[in-house]
Design a protein around this ligand. Structure first.
Ligand code: NAD
Length: 557
């Protein structure tokens, strides 16, 4: 198949689709893998808006524009194993001489010199066609749909249940805003954790997408109806989820007026981007789009004011008893700038629930079956269940995931694994490929939201024990170790999750193609990657990380 035929079949804009099966279109699996994952990120089952090459998280793109995307596809089809492709903010810019164990693709997205790292400057560059926003896994081609955040969200809700509700979310009402690419995982995570869930999104299409994928149970266009449904379900202890089409601020105000106090309250609107992510209150979705184009400054101002009101209502509900936390969208910062001085009076989810996991090198490990066959994922699930018989938490998760998760695009799995476990799992997957127990290679990656790969003072590195929240040497060291270790593609991004100026983070993906070479790369990369989380948290003074450091003999001798 020549290049144009390939484009016609797999990348005719906006209909993207990754090839399945074990026939290669590129020269080896090392380049076939990133090619398939790039196309998979843009598959309409996976991406929120393939028309604009937007994968998730407001405006997180997989490539800068359709021309740049085609060029990347062409280069990946032609690249050999002694060269690597350079991608700068979603555009192929060169090929360098490397070697077979080096990453095949080196990606840098949305990076700006610190004093210029603002949305305003970024927007100018974007308008001039010089940049794109890569979010975390959009521009690094390892987004796997809402499942990618599902387990993290589930772990967070379970941890919340443990900490505040005697380990039981039954008869508890969890309320949140935003049911987009990531936020859409909340209803399923909440019901899997036993809670009753009310999610609010201004865009009915987003809720419909969650209905189609089985992530949410009901859609409602009426506050009264939605409130009745969830209050009855809470009373009966039913773990159901309802998506209400409305503005989150208006809904919280209605709840306050009615004396409905959620047991747990959070938010996943795209607050990190006040221009393209958050919809100001008081106008319809259609009016918001018109205003955004006609008068971006007014839009931004209204958006930040709405966020100030939104957070003000969250603070009131917190006073009345809601366990309230920021869920990684920089809502507090935007609200503070929009006029709510007490915006930081509730915590972020990392210090509140997740940091102990980071201290064990645990994070959102994920893998994808390039064959496209769900049976390959079930084979990996089974292999892990047999290899970790003592890990009941993981086994329970894998069983639940198999029952409740419908795949989006190429079949994939998320499973939070820690130091030692990731390397072991990766080698098992490579063996499954080598022995033909799965039909094609498997790619192994993770979110950038991991223990040692991100500096984000309002999120993953909020309130570090030693005050090192804003030190971004760590994600750079993470990038360098994964490059030196032989990941198959690596990336370094700015602004993911929380927006321009607020984070820097690194990504990696490593291929399990059943070869000895892959086993060596996996051994190095899946050791180095979580090790960075242990080094980072040990250095910051976390005893639990120091224990893990000793357990794995990682201290200086
Ligand atoms: P998305 O853009 O796909 O979805 C955001 C949703 O919010 C949209 O459906 C939009 O209609 C809705 N929305 C915007 N303003 C609203 C309002 N006023 N009222 C009701 N709904 C409104 O984004 P996403 O991928 O779901 O990510 C959501 C946020 O979470 C982003 O800020 C992202 O950076 C952050 N994020 C968090 C994590 C995490 O681990 N907690 C991970 C990734 C991303």
């Amino acid at each position: 198949m020549n290049f144009l035929e390939f484009i016609d079949r797999y990348a005719a804009h906006p209909n993207y689709f990754a090839p399945r099966g074990n026939q290669l279109y590129a020269k080896s699996w090392q380049t076939e893998a990133p090619l398939r994952m790039l196309l998979n990120n843009l598959d309409h089952e996976v991406a929120e808006n393939p028309d604009e090459l937007v994968v998730y998280g407001g405006t997180g793109q997989a490539a800068r524009n359709t021309g740049a995307l085609r060029q990347i596809i062409k280069e990946l089809l032609e690249l050999d194993e002694n060269h690597s492709l350079l991608v700068q903010s979603g555009k192929a810019v060169g090929i360098v001489r490397t070697h077979p164990e080096a990453p095949r693709v080196l990606i840098a997205n949305s990076n700006l010199v610190p004093a210029w790292a603002t949305w305003e400057h970024f927007e100018r560059l974007k308008q001039d066609g010089l940049m794109m926003y890569g979010q975390m896994t959009a521009g690094s081609w390892i987004y796997i749909g809402s499942q990618g955040i599902l387990q993290g969200t589930y772990e967070t809700f379970v941890a919340c249940g443990k900490k505040y509700f005697n380990n039981d979310l039954k008869h508890k009402l969890l309320v949140s805003g935003g049911l987009g690419g990531m936020g859409g995982a909340q209803p399923l995570a909440a019901t899997m954790a036993g809670a009753t869930f009310l999610g609010v999104d201004i865009d009915p299409e987003r809720i419909k997408k969650r209905l189609q994928t089985g992530y949410i149970d009901h859609i409602s266009y009426s506050y009264r109806e939605a409130a009745d449904l969830v209050l009855k379900a809470k009373e009966k202890g039913e773990a159901i989820s309802v998506g209400l089409v409305a503005d989150i601020g208006d809904t919280l105000q209605n709840m306050l007026n009615d004396g409905i106090v959620p047991d747990v309250l959070t938010d996943q609107t795209s607050a990190h981007d006040p221009l393209h992510g958050y919809i100001p209150s008081g106008i319809s979705l259609e009016e918001a789009i018109l205003l955004r184009n006609a008068d971006p400054d007014t839009y931004r101002e209204r958006s930040m004011k709405s966020m100030a009101r939104h957070v003000g209502l969250m603070l009131k509900l917190q006073e009345l008893g809601s366990v309230t936390f920021d869920y990684g969208n920089n809502l507090r910062e935007m609200a503070k700038q929009g006029g709510e001085p007490d915006a930081y009076n509730f915590d972020g989810f990392t210090p509140k629930f997740i940091r102990p996991l980071f201290c064990e090198g645990k994070g959102p490990f994920r893998w994808v079956a390039l064959s496209g066959d769900p049976e390959d994922i079930y084979a990996t699930d089974q292999a892990l269940i047999e290899a970790f018989p003592e890990n009941h938490h993981m086994i329970n998760w894998l069983k639940k995931a198999r029952e409740r998760i419908s795949f989006q695009g190429l079949p994939a799995r998320i499973c939070w694994l820690g130091m030692g476990e990731r390397e072991k799992a990766g080698l098992i997957f490579n063996e499954l490929v080598r022995t033909g127990k799965v039909k094609a290679p498997i790619v192994i990656g993770r979110d950038h939201l991991d223990c040692g790969s991100v500096a984000s003072p309002n999120r993953e590195t909020e309130k570090m024990k030693d005050g090192s929240d804003a030190v971004s040497d760590w994600p750079l060291l993470n990038l360098m170790s994964n490059t030196a270790g032989g990941a198959t593609w690596v990336s370094f991004h700015h602004g993911g999750g929380v927006g321009m100026g607020y984070s820097q983070h690194a990504g990696m993906v490593v291929l399990a193609d059943g070869t000895d070479r892959a086993a060596e790369c996996i051994r190095r990369v899946l050791y180095n990657d979580p090790a960075m989380g242990i080094f980072r948290h040990h250095d910051a003074g976390y005893e639990q990380a120091t224990e893990t450091l000793h357990q794995f003999g990682m201290e200086f001798k």
